[in-house]
Design a protein around this ligand. Structure first.
Ligand SMILES: Cc1cc2nc3c(=O)[nH]c(=O)nc-3n(C[C@H](O)[C@H](O)[C@H](O)COP(=O)(O)OP(=O)(O)OC[C@H]3O[C@@H](n4cnc5c(N)ncnc54)[C@H](O)[C@@H]3O)c2cc1C
Ligand code: SF4
Ligand code: SF4
Length: 407
């Protein structure tokens, strides 16, 4: 399902990676394979309007190119990606010499004439995140800035490049490229969030320039750098449709509105809801190789599921004693997995637990005012019997007597 007219997502705007991957060639090849595969059906301009069902038995309604179709599927992979922050700071949108990193990359790839003539470029990191509104690091922008700086130095070794950063997060082997950029005379200058760089459009000797001023903590002085171009490391932000998708597939979002995996180490591509998997920047910002690796992981998990004819679920699930149910709906509201629904019975509307969706956490049992709902293998009778067996009545009486005696 692709909501856009073309496949490829944000990678359509990325031309190369720090590792040297030709992104456009890679993308063309993958897209060609997808269209040629007889078992892959692509829906363009797709909007998912309704989803029901559960692991092994989903039904998704999709509106695509004016048609509405119901698709039956056993597993779902959410790979809805992320959006790019549109800066409101540093004259972005007011002066066309101020670009985002992505726009800079597009200009480098297209050998933009004005950029090629630039003698000085300033990059400002952490734009639109690591602040009160978005308190997370977008992870990829430091690598992207180093990548663009190295590419520009390769084209024009004399270009003067300053990267104004809070922390350089070129994690993993990207650290080597960070070092390479320093060796190629890219200057890295630390700035503090409470004393951010200021950007002004000025004229210097009759020539227009963008003046960036900031305190240099090492020199202990204020610096002024005149640049022909400014590139902003604009944050990667959660896709605007995440909330809607999370409600449709009953999966959770983290505090930053990216999708949240079931367990960061043990189930990194699963959701708590069975049969729904996750990959790419829908999860959090990550570089292309990381997205591809995670996509293999999600595909593997989905295939493991689809290779079975039947789904085996836990025996420890809830069940409703219909005679005792008064149809109050408290259990339905309490269940975070959407496992309970009302069904018409000869005795009227009664709660019913879908054993495939139930995770057996027993929250509904605690809410039921008439004890109509119970968790198999953890009924009140079983638990009370276990307590009685662990602490026989005579023992408790003896312990009580001893305690009274001591007192
Ligand atoms: C600004 C920016 C710069 C980057 N720079 C680099 C870089 O220099 N090097 C690097 O290695 N990585 C970079 N990345 C990361 C890289 O782009 C990602 O790792 C990768 O492209 C993520 O792929 P994806 O499929 O998860 O998401 P996306 O590429 O965002 O694709 C998601 C797709 O899902 C579609 N979609 C979304 N919602 C729906 C919906 N509800 N229904 C149907 N379709 C939907 C979208 O239209 C899109 O086609 C950058 C990312 C960003 C945002
Ligand atoms: S990756 Fe770098 S520029 Fe991006 S938010 Fe993190 S520290 Fe800032
Ligand atoms: S909480 Fe109990 S009584 Fe109310 S609908 Fe659920 S099972 Fe029935």
């Amino acid at each position: 399902m692709e909501k856009d007219t073309d496949l490829g997502g944000i990678a359509r705007r990325i031309h190369y990676t720090l590792e040297g991957l030709d992104v456009q060639a890679y993308l063309r090849d993958v897209i060609r394979k997808v269209y040629r595969h007889p078992l892959i059906h692509v829906f363009h301009n797709a909007a998912i309007t309704d989803v029901f069902g559960y692991v092994g038995n989903f039904v998704t309604t999709v509106k695509s190119d004016g048609r509405v179709e119901e698709i039956r599927h056993g597993a779902t992979i959410l790979a809805t990606g992320a959006d790019v922050y549109r800066p409101t700071e540093y004259l972005y949108g007011e002066d066309d010499r101020v670009l985002t990193n992505l726009e800079l990359e597009e200009q480098i790839a297209g050998r933009d004439e004005r950029l090629m003539k630039s003698r000085s470029l300033v990059m400002i990191q952490c734009v639109g995140c690591r602040n009160e509104d978005r308190n997370y690091c977008a992870r990829i922008c430091c690598g992207q800035s180093v990548k663009n700086a190295l590419k520009l130095k390769e084209i024009n070794p004399r270009i003067d490049i300053h990267i104004l950063f809070r922390d350089m997060r070129t994690y993993g082997f990207r650290e080597d490229h960070y070092r390479e950029a320093s060796e190629k005379d890219v200057k890295f200058i630390l700035y503090e969030p409470e004393d951010k760089p200021q950007v002004q459009a000025v004229e210097e000797g009759g020539q227009p320039a963008l003046r960036v001023t900031l305190p240099d903590p090492i020199l202990g002085k204020k610096l002024a750098i005149d640049a022909d171009t400014i590139a902003l490391a604009a944050a990667v932000i959660p896709a605007s449709g995440n909330r809607e998708i999370s409600q449709l597939y009953k999966v959770t979002l983290g505090p930053d509105d990216f999708f949240k995996e079931a367990h960061v180490k043990l189930r990194p591509v699963d959701f708590a809801a069975d049969g729904v998997f996750l990959c790419g920047t829908a999860h959090y910002p990550k570089h292309i190789p990381e997205s591809i690796n995670q996509a293999y992981g999600a595909a593997g998990r989905a295939l493991t599921l689809l290779s079975h004819d039947i789904v085996t679920v836990s025996g420890s699930v809830c069940e409703v004693k219909e005679n005792d149910c008064v149809s109050c709906g408290a259990c339905i509201t309490a269940c975070t997995y959407g496992a309970i629904e009302f069904r018409e019975t000869p005795q009227g509307r009664k709660a019913w637990v879908n054993p495939v969706l139930c995770k057996g956490d027993g929250v509904c049992c605690a809410k039921c005012p008439t004890n109509a709902i119970f968790l198999k293998h953890f009924t009140d009778e079983e638990l009370l019997s276990q307590i009685d067996a662990a602490f026989p009545e005579e023992e408790i009486v003896q312990q009580f007597d001893a305690a009274v005696g001591d007192a």
